[in-house]
Design a protein around this ligand. Structure first.
Ligand code: ATP
Ligand code: MG
Length: 412
């Protein structure tokens, strides 16, 4: 007989269960709670878009577009791509749905994202992001609000201690052009010593050399000119407003003048929250201002700023959340009480209790098994003189709300 091969999990994907799932859910729950405090509306968008949405907005020379996208042709012959991030899809939705009538819009979303990368600790092919964006707000107060939101999220997750906010400005268009020219001149002087990747970047995307991880590039990147000498008065004032806002809100930050976002439409604020607890996967949350993005997708020029964080990376950093305790464990100790077991369980759940029912296996072992599960209380059902008997044991907390439900059922 031919052996049937068991199916395998696709490389870089995850089956999230148990402790890992509790961590994952805790990150999402906390994000949902905190985004409400900041009045960010929840949004759902498609998992796939026309390939051009990502290719045009993220730029053909970006790592994501040039080598990490899951792109396929559907049955109708259209080129589609599984979302590698949220911002481009949100910008597309803003244009297609005509949301400028609601601007400024504060939006939050989360879900799976896809990148064809080499899987390792904290790096997957299907991973998950949480994402926050403000569209239609040009003022630095929007950047501040997003950063304070990120900071509060990390505090509420209990991981703010080991995570640093690194902040930079990329200035306005004039600043960037001047700085870019200076960078190209600097890199050209050392062209022969740069890595092959960076020699290509020199032509297509010189700013990216600054965040190259290749050791050959590091000394040259580190000795490159800072943006500060090229900042226009306006760009300097914008950056100062952001840092003043962070100081006023009590958010700690450090300047990293090497931090860049490679694409042409990025302006002003760029930031990353970084930890050294995850090895090479140290960036947990990253974002910046993308005032040219919606224009580059064919919409009316609209400013925007946002960030995304990897749910798995955050989940790895937090303390293990405690599993939810069973509030009432209903144990049917005599099989004559089976129906009453079902009845009591249903009534308690309708009254809002977390309830488990044990009515199978050896009757003599059920009680001990339920106690081992460490419930807050235990309702045991027996049978005597032709009717069901009940016994409530409260280990932790208060019994009277449970008794009230039992009284309604005629047990008191
Ligand atoms: P990295 O430098 O680690 O590749 P990135 O710059 O590509 O990160 P962004 O595009 O800024 O990452 O995405 C935002 C966040 O999403 C990252 O800070 C990280 O927490 C998470 N992230 C990105 N790629 C992955 C991945 N392949 N697996 C898990 N999380 C990821
Ligand atoms: Mg990456």
């Amino acid at each position: 007989m031919a052996r049937i091969e068991t199916p395998k999990r696709i490389r870089g994907t995850q089956d999230i269960f148990g402790d890992e799932q509790r961590r994952f859910a805790h990150v999402l729950d906390t994000f949902d709670r905190v985004r409400r405090l900041y009045c960010f509306q929840r949004l759902e968008i498609p998992i796939f878009e026309a390939t051009g949405v990502f290719a045009r907005s993220m730029g053909e020379t970006s790592d994501v577009v040039s080598k990490e996208m899951y792109t396929f042709e559907d049955r109708g012959g259209d080129s589609l791509t599984l979302r590698p991030e949220f911002t481009a899809g949100i910008a597309r939705a803003y244009i297609t749905e005509g949301w400028q009538q609601y601007a400024p819009l504060k939006l939050a979303t989360s879900g799976p994202t896809f990148r064809y990368e080499r899987p390792q600790k904290g790096r997957f092919r299907q991973f998950h992001q949480i994402d926050a964006e403000i569209i239609g707000a040009a003022e630095p107060a929007a950047d501040v609000e997003l950063l304070v939101l990120a900071d509060q999220l990390l505090h509420e997750l209990g991981i703010a201690e080991g995570v640093t906010l690194q902040l930079n400005t990329l200035g306005d268009a004039e600043t960037r052009d001047a700085w870019r020219t200076a960078l190209v001149a600097h890199f050209l002087k050392h062209k022969e010593m740069l890595s092959e990747d960076s020699q290509t970047r020199l032509i297509k995307n010189p700013m990216r050399i600054l965040d190259s991880k290749d050791p050959r590039d590091r000394p040259i990147a580190d000795s490159a000119p800072d943006i500060d000498a090229y900042l226009t008065e306006e760009a300097a004032a914008f950056f100062k407003a952001v840092t003043d806002g962070l100081d006023a809100a009590g958010v700690k930050w450090t300047r990293n003048s090497r931090l860049v976002r490679g694409l042409d439409y990025y302006r002003h604020t760029a930031f990353e929250f970084v930890t050294d607890r995850l090895g090479a996967q140290g960036t947990v949350l990253a974002g910046g201002r993308y005032d040219g993005l919606i224009g580059s997708l064919g919409g009316t020029e609209t400013p925007g700023v946002g960030w995304a964080a990897g749910v798995e990376r955050l989940a790895m950093l937090i303390e293990e959340p405690v599993a939810e305790r069973i509030e009432v464990y209903v144990v049917v100790e005599d099989d004559h009480a089976q129906h009453d077991g079902v009845r009591a369980t249903a009534a308690l759940r309708r009254a809002g209790f977390v309830v488990a029912l044990l009515a199978s296996g050896s009757p003599r072992k059920r009680f001990d098994k339920a106690v081992k599960a460490n419930p807050k209380s235990l309702l045991s059902l027996g049978f005597a003189d032709g009717s069901t008997t009940t016994r409530l044991k409260v280990f932790d907390g208060e019994g009277s709300p449970i008794e009230a439900v039992l009284a309604d059922l005629g047990w008191s």
